[in-house]
Structures are given as C-alpha cells and as structure tokens.
Design a protein around this ligand. Structure first.
Ligand SMILES: *Cc1c(COP(=O)(O)O)cnc(C)c1O
Length: 393
C-alpha cells in the first residue's frame, strides 16, 4: 500500500476555480468542438480587452508563447538574446529552442528583476532581442529597457508569465497601464496553476503589431495557412498550405472556456492579493533577519508570489523546514538557469558584471503562501511561524 501524502494545512498556492469554470468546461465539451475554436477566439478577444492590447493569441502554455514570440521575431541559430538567468528555466530554454544563446544579465536584489543598467554592455553584433521578465509578477524596469532597446534597434519580448493584473505608471499623465498593453513588442502570459489565472495549462501572446499576431497564428498551428475552423465553416473546398515550419501549440476550447471565467475573477484576485501582500509587509517589516520585497514607485505588482529574503542563505532550508513542520508550505524563489546542469558551459554567455546578485538572491529568497482564498487568520499563522523560525532557525 502506498501512503497517502498529507498535504500541508496551508499550501503555498491554490488556483481559484469554481462551479462557473466547471460549467464552462461542460459547455465546451457539449458543443462538439473541443480544440482551438470559438471559445479560444472569444478568450483572446476578452483577454486583449482586459490588458488593452490590439491582439491576443492563445497557445498551449507560456513556454510555447516565448518560443513563438522569439521565432516570430526571426531569432535563430547563432543569434543571442539578452535575458535573466534568475527566472524560471523556461525563459532561457525558449531562447535555446531557437538555437540561439541566452546572454544573462544580473538582477536587482530588491525586485528580483533584470538590472537595466547592465543591458547595454551585454549587446554584441549577434544580439537579436531582449527578453525581460516580470519576475514573480513585479514589473521590470520597462521605463529604462524599452527606450534603450529602441535606441539599439532591438525588439523587446516581455516574459509576463506571472504578470497578468500587474501595472506600471511610466507616462507623465500618471495613468496606470496593465502589463500586456504594449510596452515592448510582445508580452507572453501563463495560465499554469501557480499563476493568478489558470486553465490547467495555457498561454497567451499580446502585441500591437498585426504582422506579429499573424505570425503567431501560423506558428502555433503547424504553419498552416488556413486554420481548420475556417475550412470547417467554408461552403467551398479549401486545401491548406504550410509555408513555414510551425508547431502544435494550440490551446483547447475546453481550456479557453475555463479561461474566460477566470478572467472575470481577475479584479477580485488582484485586489485580494494586494491586500494580503500589504498585510505581509506590515507583519514582517519589524522582523529582524527578514527583508520584504519592494515595489518601485512606478510599479504595482499582482503579487503572483511574495518572496522574502533571509539574511543568511545557510539558514534558508532550516527556516522553510520549520514552517513545513507547522503545516505551512513555502518554496524557494526563482532559480538561476546558469547554475543548472542543463546549462553546461557553452550554452549561455554571462554579461559583463557577472551574476553575483542572481546567485545571492537564489540562496536567500523564500516564497510565502499567498492565494485568493488565504484567510487573514491563516496568514497570521504564517507570519508568527516565520518570526519564530528566523529567531532560531
Ligand atoms: C511559469 C513561468 C514560465 C512558464 O510558463 P508555462 O505556462 O508553465 O510554460 C515562464 N517564465 C516564467 C517567469 C514563469 O514564472
């Protein structure tokens, strides 16, 4: 007999899915059209409207979105893409799927985001794009990165996997603008259960450029010139053609139907997460040995993750274990691709300045439980347990 695992009483994350999503999945299943079709088209329209983008194209996950984005920009073998090592490994992997080399820039310790002041020195004649990351939902320094990229003639892809609902205020008018309304050229989102909205797995690309959007639509469906939805609805026989090498990165209509319901929950999810993050700030700021995350004045995170740093990296595992012993799950913060075995020498290049801060942050960051249905009482338990754990790890 295998033992049934006993889940911690407070998980680190939990998607908010209800009867509405179950009904939506049922609607798609009963319709008889289950893969990319009318529900995907509706989800794309509603997602584009939510973030204020001209175009949104759904794909099977954010890793696929990143791959499609880079391919649509023509990134290929021998090219370089400037990005962060300190991210989920999918960011750098997408560069390597194109046969290109990721060039890693260090991050800032307080935001976990790419240090924009190091980007220019990382550029070489092979650089084809900048792939910046809104790490854990915190907007990265678009106000510096985008103008720099424009000056250098490089496109910007935003890894916004975690950043649906995050906002920036970069213009003089003081308006808050959602991530995904074009700042760079393309933004890529994830609907994995660890993110704010989930379709099980899923992804979305947004852009202002209709030519890029058309390229995404070709690449996500085998490079097929006439999608099956169009052939299905046509009164005349149409043969499709395959002008480019594409992939099967479709989202299903079942997932899209769920995604449409998830989108309706977004304002409530973001509001609750911001309230919970403010409660963590208030409860943890006085703790010696713990540094809380900092949002720049021009950024509003959706708090996809709330990661604190412990002062001494050697105590991180012990602190996390103390919490787990009390039934509270935590996770480490973002990893560093360049420290993984899959990134042997030669598969990446480091920008001048090194990756010392990425390495320090990886050793010290702890993601605390944060999800829509986390109660104030459970959050207080986390705060109290963390206080005890850092006092004597
Ligand atoms: C989750 C995540 C991804 C991958 O998203 P999937 O939808 O799981 O493919 C990529 N980049 C970052 C920064 C992420 O957090």
């Amino acid at each position: 007999m295998t033992a049934v695992p006993v889940a911690p009483s407070i998980p680190v994350a939990r998607p908010w899915l209800g009867e509405e999503e179950a009904e939506a999945a049922r609607r798609a299943i009963r319709s008889g059209w289950v893969t990319q079709g009318p529900e995907v088209a509706a989800f794309e329209r509603e997602f584009a409207a939510t973030v204020g983008a001209a175009h949104a194209c759904a794909v099977s996950n954010c890793t696929a979105a990143l791959h499609v984005a880079l391919r649509a920009l023509g990134v290929s073998a021998g090219d370089e893409v400037i990005t962060a090592s300190h991210s989920f490994i999918a960011t750098a992997n997408a560069v390597r799927y194109c046969g290109a080399t990721p060039v890693f820039v260090d991050v800032c310790e307080d935001t976990f985001n790419m240090d924009a002041s190091q980007v220019e020195a990382a550029v070489s004649p092979k650089t084809r794009a900048i792939l910046c990351v809104h790490q854990l939902g915190m907007p990265c320094d678009l106000g510096a990165i985008v103008p720099l990229a424009r000056r250098l003639g490089l496109p910007v892809v935003e890894d916004a996997a975690c950043a649906i609902g995050s906002e920036v205020c970069l213009a003089d008018d003081g308006a808050w603008v959602p991530i995904g309304r074009p700042h760079g050229d393309i933004a890529c989102f994830s609907f994995h259960p660890r993110k704010l909205l989930s379709t099980g797995d899923g992804g979305m690309l947004t852009t202002a450029d209709p030519r890029l959007d058309a390229a995404f639509r070709l690449l996500r469906q085998h490079g097929m010139s006439v999608p099956d939805t169009v052939r299905h609805a046509s009164k005349r026989v149409i043969d499709e053609a395959y002008p480019v090498l594409g992939f099967n990165y479709r989202l299903t209509d079942i997932q899209a139907a769920i995604g449409r319901e998830q989108l309706r929950r977004l304002p409530a999810i973001v509001a609750r997460r911001r309230a919970l993050a403010a409660r963590y700030d208030a409860g943890l700021a006085r703790l010696d040995g713990v540094t809380v995350p900092r949002a720049p004045a021009w950024a509003r995170s959706n708090w996809q993750s709330y990661a604190v740093r412990v002062r001494d990296g050697r105590t991180r595992i012990a602190v996390m274990q103390r919490l787990l012993d009390e039934g509270i799950a935590t996770r480490r913060g973002a990893m560093n691709a360049h420290q993984e075995k899959a990134y042997a020498d030669g598969s990446w290049r480091g920008a001048p300045g090194g990756l010392g801060r990425s390495e320090a942050v990886r050793e010290t960051a702890i993601v605390l439980p944060l999800f829509h249905q986390l109660t104030d009482a459970d959050q207080d338990r986390v705060i109290e347990a963390l206080a005890r754990a850092v006092a004597e790890p």
